[in-house]
Write a protein of this length. Sequence first.
Length: 166
Amino acid sequence: MCLELYREYGTTMAGLKALGYEFDDDEFHAFAHGRLPYEKLKPDAVLRNLLLSLPQRKIIFTNADKAHAAEVLKRLGLEDCFAGIICFETLNPPVGATNYTDALENDAVLAGGEPKLIDLDDADKERSHPKPQILCKPSLEAIEAAIRIANVDPKRTVETRDFSKL
């Protein structure tokens, strides 16, 4: 079922929410990622040097939560290789937040040279159609939001993925 939901909705969480399941997003992420063997991830000097040698601005766009993305970057020794992270919290601010800036004000800039969490601009609040329960890749809406958030020209942007599609 998880693989089916992943293929249909981009993430198992998005699929479960679309089917009407209600649960806390943070608890779901803690459960899903808390069981991962992070200790198997080791610093990758070759990847680090490659990333640092590329002059282009590099941004991570992940369906994962900020904590997972930060942990992976830390374990791989790549925290300072990226200008920012567009993650679950970026595209899906907490319920009750009056806007994306309020939702992320404590995370807007991370200290110590870590990538900053990039938030949506005010124009994104004015939608002509209802926002899906969870906005995530590979939906066109999520990709368009990431392009706006990162303030990039899609004609001059390269996307790479860390795995082949299941």
